[in-house]
Design a protein around this ligand. Structure first.
Ligand code: ADP
Ligand code: MG
Length: 575
């Protein structure tokens, strides 16, 4: 909590002004009842119209000044907390951006979204209320007590009793509502998770006729949240009438006791009126403080959740001493690399060693789950190895900046990812140095030109969220075009030709060969066809290299490879 509000320091001037203006407003409010008492006690009794008028005008002036101070303070409070929250959101977003895929998975996407939106809103609500009321309420209470006691110590004991009753009441309510408030954020999280899964899996849900099952899951999560919110609000709602009743009863008691005093001649009417007003001020401030305190549990639950992310140690960091390879060539070297997923029992990769030079194509083949994707995800440093090292142009990639490393790599992931925007935006992908001709060249190499030209707005055609208006093969080709557009030294294709027909696949590869002639190319595939003529084929099995060599060599002396080949083509074809 305290850690989180550190960011407020930046706004200390604003907070200071808010405090000053709150002071002014409270003083104005405290003065008014006393002045009114003077009007009643002196002005009306003596029938002194001049006095009444003078004091009234003065009161009016003070009221206006107080109003102005209050308005400015409220504006400033909103501005300050919104700015603070904006900074916080930015900090959280930056942090999430720097997280590695593994760290991302441990928290979960939907929880990250809730934390950046809903949880931050809780902090925002508390900080607005806090800045507006947290200073004002105690000041009012203390000021009210001083003024009340100075007016009439006898009646003050009555107020003390009421304060005591109120405190007990508030204590009871808080002890019930605070645990409920704390549960709220987890329930919002649940709801978001169910909703997200439901939306992304809508096709599967429909195809399997599981709409009702999913609806029940949603209804459960939704009902759970609603029930919790209702319970909290019922308690909070019952609080108000009870407190109002208490306030009104206090007024009655004060008038009752005060009337005796007026009768006996030791209390003025004006003073009683002022006293009642001070009593209300004191009690109202207490209620206000309660309201803020009731927000604190929910906000602090949120703050803890936000802090969890902010305090998360990102394991993949830029080195302190940065090494930059002398040249951009694209020599890639794996030296005895091993890797284990967090929480997994066995290593996903073990003893991986190979070297790939510019101008060479390295094919990686193996059954599903053999570790192909894991292997290539280590090159852009999405994960760090548990042993061994990966070198690019002779430098360990952990000693390079991530930016430098990734600027050398063109990666086409296994699952094509497109973004909302035009075809051109998806190919250029924010790189302003890419020229128009380059966009078209990379589209043509990736065999995308034909279908792009066929679209209504060509390169300006809109791609919907997640690329749903394109086929799987079209998406793959566009993501290949994106990787090519930047002209990199190392190209990695993770099963990127799987959704293409054989004809397009071979056309794409021969066009690619010309383009990537001087680059290092890594092609992951399940199809022997795709890598048959590669300079080096790595056969992966259970995360280990089961064989390495050219097609010819492997056919001769590697059983695993032979099996894969023979399952896909006849004896003659494979020769
Ligand atoms: P391939 O690409 O060859 O099909 P992967 O590299 O995706 O295989 O997976 C290799 C192994 O690592 C599999 O056994 C898989 O279960 C495991 N694995 C993949 N991703 C994760 C992950 N995020 N967390 C834990 N285990 C994983
Ligand atoms: Mg894979």
């Amino acid at each position: 909590m305290i850690n989180l509000f550190k960011g407020m320091k930046k706004y200390k001037i604003q907070v200071f002004i808010i405090i000053v203006f709150t002071f002014l407003k409270v003083i104005a409010e405290l003065l008014l009842p006393t002045m009114m008492a003077s009007i009643v006690n002196i002005g009306i009794r003596n029938n002194d119209t001049g006095y009444i008028l003078k004091l009234s005008m003065f009161m009016l002036g003070i009221s206006f000044a107080g109003m102005g101070a209050d308005m400015y303070k409220s504006y400033l409070a909103s501005w300050t907390s919104m700015s603070f929250v904006r900074d916080l959101r930015k900090k959280l977003f930056t942090k999430v951006q720097s997280m590695s895929p593994g760290e991302f998975d441990t928290t979960g996407t939907s929880s990250l979204i809730t934390r950046t939106t809903n949880d931050i809103t809780q902090i925002q609500n508390l900080s607005i209320m806090g800045l507006r009321m947290m200073i004002r309420a105690p000041l009012m209470a203390i000021g009210g007590i001083i003024m009340a006691v100075s007016k009439n110590p006898g009646l003050s004991s009555l107020i003390l009793t009421v304060v005591l009753i109120l405190a007990i009441l508030i204590g009871i309510i808080a002890s019930i509502s605070i645990p409920l408030f704390k549960k709220m954020q987890v329930k919002v999280d649940n709801l978001n998770r169910v909703l997200r899964e439901r939306l992304t899996g809508i096709r599967v849900i429909r195809a399997f006729n599981r709409t009702e099952y999913e609806r029940d899951r949603f209804t459960d999560a939704n009902g759970d949240l609603t029930a919790n919110a209702l319970k909290v609000n019922r308690i909070m709602a019952s609080m108000f009438p009870i407190i109002l009743l208490l306030l009104n009863l206090t007024t009655v008691a004060l008038v009752w006791k005060g009337a005796g005093g007026i009768d006996a001649g030791n209390l003025e009417i004006g003073d009683l009126m002022a006293f009642i007003q001070y009593a209300m001020m004191i009690l109202f401030s207490l209620v206000m403080m309660t309201m803020i305190f009731s927000m604190i549990p929910r906000a602090s639950a949120s703050a803890i959740r936000i802090n969890e992310i902010l305090d998360m140690e990102t394991h993949i960091k830029d080195p302190e001493i940065v090494q930059t390879p002398d040249e951009k060539k694209g020599i890639l070297e794996f030296k005895n690399v091993c890797f284990k997923y967090e929480g997994a029992e066995e290593n996903a990769l073990e003893n991986i060693s190979f070297e790939s030079k510019p101008g060479e194509v390295t094919g990686i083949i193996g059954s599903t789950g053999s570790g192909k994707s894991t292997l290539i995800n280590m090159i852009p440093r999405f994960f760090d190895p548990c042993g061994g090292s990966i070198l690019v142009d002779g430098v360990d990639i952990r000693n390079m900046t991530q930016k430098d490393l990734r600027s050398r790599i063109g990666l086409v992931p296994q699952k094509a990812v497109l973004f909302t925007g035009t075809v051109r935006n998806n190919i250029v992908f924010g790189d302003k140095s890419i020229e128009e001709s380059r966009v078209e060249t990379s589209a043509s190499i990736s065999q995308s030109s034909d279908f792009i030209e066929a679209m209504s707005d060509k390169y300006d055609s809109e791609i919907s969220q997640g690329g749903t208006n394109l086929s799987g093969g079209q998406k793959q080709r566009l993501s290949i075009a994106r990787a090519l557009a930047g002209k990199r030294e190392i190209y990695i294709f993770d099963d990127s030709f799987s959704a293409l027909d054989f004809k397009t696949d071979s056309a794409l590869r021969s066009a690619l060969k010309k383009e990537t002639g001087k680059a290092t190319v890594i092609i992951v595939t399940q199809r022997v066809n795709t890598i048959m003529d590669a300079d080096r084929i790595i056969v992966l099995e259970n995360g280990k290299i089961a064989g390495m060599g050219s097609h010819r060599e492997l056919m001769k002396n590697n059983l695993v490879y032979r099996d894969i080949v023979l399952s896909q083509m006849s004896e003659e074809e494979s020769a």
